[in-house]
Design a protein around this ligand. Sequence first.
Ligand SMILES: [Zn+2]
Length: 447
Amino acid sequence: MLTRVLIVAVVALGLGGVSVAQPVAVPPPVTLFQNVRIFDGKGDTVSGPSNVLVRGNLIERISAASIAPEPSYTVIDGGGRTLMPGLIDMHWHTMMVRPTPVALLMGDVGHLNLVAGAEASATLMRGFTTVRDVGGPAFGLKRAIDEGTIAGPRIFPSGAIISVTSGHGDFRQPFELPRTVGKPQSRGELLGAAMIADSPDEVRVRVREQLMLGASQIKLTAGGGVASPHSPLDATTFTEAELRAAVEAAENWGTYVTVHAYTSESIRRAIAAGVKCIEHGHLMDEPTAKLIADNGIWLSMQAFPDELAETFPPGSFERAKATEVFAGTDATYRLARKYKIKTAWGTDILFSPQLAPRHGELLTKLVQWYTPAETLVMATGTNAQLLALSGKRSPYPGRLGVVEEGALADLLLVDGDPIANIKLIEDPARNFVVIMKDGRIHKNLLP
Ligand SMILES: [Zn+2]
């Protein structure tokens, strides 16, 4: 009734341009890609010349035979270029890419959201059509993107990182101690960036709050981290009972817990508690790699570039930790290969507006350990398998990361064959001539 009154009021006041009533059935837009070769996100080759019909937000038909366009179709002549799935970054912090840590903790929230929105649009223009946000207050930005208010990738949000007192994610100053248990009061908590929890009961509350806000998975910090001011790398933070409380709450809600963990001890405790995914793992030993593989646990890994360490002042605690962690990258990728661990890829670009434009370069670095085809499959089809662990809590029902009939239409048209020349991924402005997300064309350089 109130809505009706408001509609009448809007019409009576003559506020043109506000579409409120009488929904008209508009046929979904249709795009026809002609003469493309397909990298499907699963195999190690590109197909022969093909045609792909996208209706609404789904790939409706893929055919070697020509598909007759109708007048309403948008027709893209691929000219033999490669059509591939949009890229997926499985370790992203939507709200923390551009600001400095100080700006994040001290800055104006409206400003932080606008900066994150600009970065989200840039992220999409780099060909990343989906990110899994593993910590940060991204719900508002996600909503603005999903509504079409601004352009950006799909976001699988974790909401606030959940940390113990002094753990990775506790950015409080000593003068903020002691806290009253159960009451959020620090800036990080008020922002929804990181919540402190120090008992199984408190963990349950914090996890359920994130689920209520719309988290598609839950992120805890099981051990020390680089960017946090108080946690040593070797620290194992949550107890097994605390981790298990989070796992129970998440699984009751139909989804899973992923944990930040570098060391063998923190990884082993997380697996014992039922955690399904390990973020990082850079300092793990070989028996732990075998344990991850034997239990079918996901490893969400990053090939950190040395420049990321430069985010932290020389001589600082954080800089020293970064150096120690980054040195473990090679060994961990070798273990992941050796034990055929289910390995996802992400970047964890944090507080680094200079590194973000080199997003694709952080993917192509993987050719030190994987073939170009394996690398591209990891960043598309394999990453999407981990996204699917969110089950019915996925914000975007449907298949992602693949080019196949019935899948969601997140597509890149690449000027060349990225399997033959993976370097094409490093220059998206030039080489991604069409970027489509959810069936909508966000970029098209072709006439
Ligand atoms: Zn992270």
